[in-house]
Write a protein that binds this ligand. Structure first.
Ligand code: ADE
Length: 252
């Protein structure tokens, strides 16, 4: 998997790409990340990358020519079906684990980081870019959002994580939130590790974890349950939970 990032602030990527799993994955040749400064593709004397908006209003808009030139030069195959051009923007499609999975099957991803008030609309049109938002809040630019996408997608590239079962149990991968984790000590400040985890009974542990996963999702993110793959026993457990909650509310 190759990532090409287009930004006015290349140094922002040095830390996140230089540490931990992403650094290791690059060294192992599993992913490749190239950071390109959009300013290098602005050809006027002042290397202008932004301008005032047509129609007036405050702020500046990122110009179309340097961005389109940069992407076409660096990613000449940008129209190939196994290449995706992403424009990070708060107006984009919401980034989810499902979208991360779709992107992880691509050969190459170009990520364009917007700044200022926005990016000239013709960038998306000319490059066939997919606009993606990482959440319903506004950042000062797309750089942090691009890093989020690189990290979430890279984890899904085979070999990037040492333990291939690690992503399988992650929150959101199964459509549910993950169960709680514990490690030593067995008791801390009066809080004991749940007895079942010490039992060595793998079937019981698996059942407890599944129920905790369902319980957390039900209490914290009930919206996820509509799309999660649930078994009959999952549904029975959720019915029991709902009844418990109803009884509890009646008592209040
Ligand atoms: N740029 C500014 N805000 C953003 C967001 N929420 N997601 C992606 N890019 C952005």
């Amino acid at each position: 998997m190759r990532f090409d990032v287009f930004t006015l602030f290349p140094n922002m990527f040095v830390g996140p790409l230089g540490e931990s799993i992403l650094a290791r994955a690059q060294k192992a040749g599993l992913i490749e990340c190239a950071i390109h400064n959009i300013r290098d593709y602005a050809l006027d004397k002042h290397r202008t990358t932004d301008d005032i908006p047509y129609g007036g209003g405050g702020g500046m808009v990122m110009k179309v020519e340097p961005i389109v030139r940069a992407v076409r030069e660096v990613v000449p195959d940008y129209r190939d079906p196994d290449v995706t051009v992403v424009l990070l923007s708060p107006q984009g499609q919401l980034f989810t684990q499902r979208l991360a999975k779709v992107l992880s099957r691509k050969r190459r991803i170009a990520l364009i980081c917007g700044r200022y008030e926005g990016v000239d609309e013709r960038v998306s049109m000319l490059l066939g870019a997919q606009e993606i938002s990482i959440g319903d809040y506004v950042l000062s630019g797309g750089e942090l959002a691009a890093m989020v996408i690189i990290e979430a997608v890279s984890r899904l590239v085979p070999g990037v994580l040492g333990d291939p079962t690690a992503t399988f149990e992650d929150s959101h991968v199964s459509g549910l939130l993950e169960y709680p984790h514990y490690t030593r000590p067995r008791e801390f400040e009066g809080l004991a590790v749940p007895e079942v985890l010490l039992s060595g009974n793998h079937a019981e542990i698996a059942r407890w974890r599944r129920e905790q996963s369902l319980r957390r999702t039900f209490l914290r993110r009930p919206d996820l349950l509509d799309r999660a793959a649930l078994s009959d026993s999952d549904r029975a457990y959720l019915r029991k939970l709902r009844q418990e909650l109803d009884t509890f509310q009646e008592q209040e």
